[in-house]
Design a binder for this molecule. Structure first.
Ligand code: C2E
Ligand code: MG
Ligand code: MG
Ligand code: MG
Length: 274
């Protein structure tokens, strides 16, 4: 009846929903400008081994919009994934990453460093993904053995055969893979041994409460044991304190990334620091 129709109409104009839609399309338009302009940057966060030596850097995208200011990847990556803009954004990231690697590979102190790049599922499945990486490698002349792709378990949900084939193709070019945010997704343990992975990254949610939550401690030691039996490096993400590092070491974790070791910063910062 009219009352119900009225209610439905009200629901249609729900201001919260409207705000979300506006936010999404505003963000998409701003991202389009960012891709055309000069507002994107890569920051790098180091990964450390047991002896506090840096062995890798993770590239993290940073975006400063003229109107919105700094926008967090946690906010714009999901928008870019749903709009498809993650493909050109990801290509921008890959080009920059390969340029950085090319610079490092001419630099005595940096040439053994791995550069890790985050890859969304939608990028990975794009038909030109492999081709684009090949052309970045060719243009910059980098040794692809130092390029690592961070993927998440979400990639493994559908079409596993296709995923494994594509990963093997890239691995055959020398490229490494790590499984990011490990422990939060749905990867079955059976899949893991079929993937050409080099490392597992323990999700930061398990590190955060490690000192107070025995469940997290159990999860961390399980992941470490799993990594050991599959011969993968295990990296703890989100390490913020010395106490967390010590506990992680006691649990036999051998690699670390987090604010305690170093915050994400522009490449030039690390060039001076290392
Ligand atoms: P991620 O790949 O798991 O990256 C780690 C995130 O944790 C980064 O957030 C990093 O700044 C943050 N982090 C590092 N150490 C600590 C710590 O000790 N404590 C806490 N609380 N946080 C820490 P960021 O840079 O905001 O990126 C968020 C997510 O956005 C990334 O998670 C990744 O999934 C995605 N992302 C970032 N850059 C890119 C990109 O170039 N391409 C794609 N596809 N995704 C990206
Ligand atoms: Mg990552
Ligand atoms: Mg992560
Ligand atoms: Mg993440």
């Amino acid at each position: 009846d009219a009352k119900d129709a009225g209610r439905n109409t009200m629901r249609f104009y729900n201001p919260v929903m409207q705000t979300k839609v506006n936010h999404q399309s505003q963000m998409e338009a701003a991202l389009r400008r960012a891709l055309e302009g000069d507002n994107l940057q890569l920051h790098l966060q180091p990964q450390f081994d047991e002896g506090h030596k840096v062995f890798a850097m993770e590239a993290l995208l940073r975006w400063q919009d003229p109107d919105m200011g700094w926008v967090s990847p946690a906010d714009f990556i999901p928008v870019a994934e749903s709009s498809g803009q993650i493909v050109p954004l990801g290509e921008w990231v890959m080009q920059k990453a390969c340029q950085l690697l090319a610079g490092w590979q001419h630099h005595a102190a940096m040439k053994e460093l791995i550069l890790a790049v985050n890859i969304s599922a939608r990028q990975f499945y794009h038909p030109h993904f492999v081709e684009h990486i090949q052309s970045c490698i060719a243009h910059t002349g980098i040794d692809p053995h130092y390029l690592e792709l961070e993927i998440t378990e979400s990639l493994l949900i559908d079409d596993l055969e296709n995923t494994i084939n594509k990963m093997n193709l890239l691995r055959g070019m020398g490229i490494r893979f790590s499984l990011d945010d490990f422990g939060t997704g749905y990867a079955s343990l059976g899949y893991l041994k079929r993937l050409p992975l080099s490392s597992l990254k323990i999700d930061q949610t398990f590190v955060r409460d490690l000192l107070s939550d025995p469940n997290d401690e159990a999860i961390v030691s399980t992941i470490v044991a799993l990594g050991k039996s599959l011969e993968l490096k295990v990296i703890a993400e989100g390490v913020e304190t010395l106490e967390q590092e010590e506990r992680l070491k006691a649990l036999k974790c051998q690699a670390f990334q987090g604010y305690y070791f170093g915050r994400p910063a522009p490449a030039e910062h690390w060039l001076e620091t290392l």
